[in-house]
Design a protein around this ligand. Sequence first.
Ligand SMILES: [Zn+2]
Length: 505
Amino acid sequence: MNLQKHKKCMATVMKTAVISMLIFLMSAAYAYAGQPKYVFFFIGDGMATVQVNAAEIFASSVIDPDTRMHEKLGMSQMPYHGLATTFSENSYITDSAAAGTALACGYKTMSGVVAMDADGTVSYKSIAKAAHEAGMKVGIVSSVSIDHATPAVFYANQPSRGMYHEIDHDLANSGFEYFGGGGLKRPDGSLGNAYDAAIANGYTIVTDRAALEALTPDSGKVLAYNHTLDGSKALYYELDRPADHISLAEFTAKGIELLDNPNGFFMMVEGGKIDWACHANDARSAIEDTFAFDNAIKEAIDFYNAHPTETLIVVTGDHECGGLTIGYAGTGYGTYYDIINRQNQSYIEFGKVLSAAIGSGETFNDIKDDITTAFGLEFLSAFEKRTLEALADAGDHEASVTLRLAVDNYELQDLMRAFTLSKMPRSSRPSDRRTYELYGSYDPLTVTCTHMLNKKAGIAWTSYSHTGVPVPVFAQGVTGEDYVGFYDNTDIAKKLAAGMGLTLN
Ligand SMILES: [Zn+2]
């Protein structure tokens, strides 16, 4: 090659390189402008439109009765709204594992399967894993155990959601930067202790508010949960949460602080006990946990307000639960949500009180006060009733609430019949269909109380399980407009991936 030719060749190479570089920079700048750098994915377990609606009616009725039907949760105020299907590969009524797999990975699967195909042979890559591979930091937060189906689909691949021990080790090996909320259900087993495995992989474990607050972005990978957990290693119901227990919003806020970095982050936050309260047909507990979930969303909205051109927030539910509805035959067009404000304990906390009472041989008359304390139901004498009626006629609102909570003779018979069953060992209770329709697999007296209270408020339930209705999708921020429309739940994962410039397998 002569010198002239070599120079010309070099010039061509340089020109090509400069053009390539320019194209790369332009596309990077374009991607940066069009793609969210900070992505929040909120999943209300068991939360369809009606759960959101019930919380808003409660807020309007109790917090601010003058603005009836005008109170809105943070999620409902987002600018983009959509609707998504919930069915799984094998059922119109999904479970959380199949629904979570659809939301996280973009594939339908059988109920019970965690981020794999129906046979449990092919593993699917979640949006969280794809984000992590692309250099983003990842956080997973839940109010139930952090190895429960919904959080698990983001970091684990297992043929069954019940394989908690294997899922716990998938968590320890995930490399995700932040886990917050409930604990692990089966840390010990054939694979060794999963907490020890997490520590060996560089995780710092914190279990109280002071230790959580002390963490900084330099603390490395974190696994955080409350020192005292409720049943199934979940956080307490928001209605029962002791003041020293870290809330879902606090776990979310700390996650934001720890994950913030120049490469961005992906954070999934689950409000897991909306579902559990709806399984138990306990409206007030479901509503309070919906508020707790919305408070976590408000942390993301605050972050969005500081980074509006770089943040995406997507909120949805994985399915409805309980067949909750606004309206009941006994109350017609009326809603009386202010009466459920007299409920002070979740069904779980009342269950603890009831077990102790039954254990010490108490009678139905002995526990009437406990029923009033927990659920607000009133056992009024004829004289008390007449006095309250006079007050209510004179415009006393609290007197009319108390009257509405009064147990009549038919209801008293229902409560006493249920108490008789509650005193029996579970194994000797009748197992016929009628009994199941009345109480599900719950404590008979407790679920009779929540049904009675809810019906008086104009709230009805059709099931102790999930139902097959669609769920709302709320979105705000960069690519938020992609979530308008009515689409399949698998499309949500695909929309997230497309918006973030990621590929799912
Ligand atoms: Zn459920």
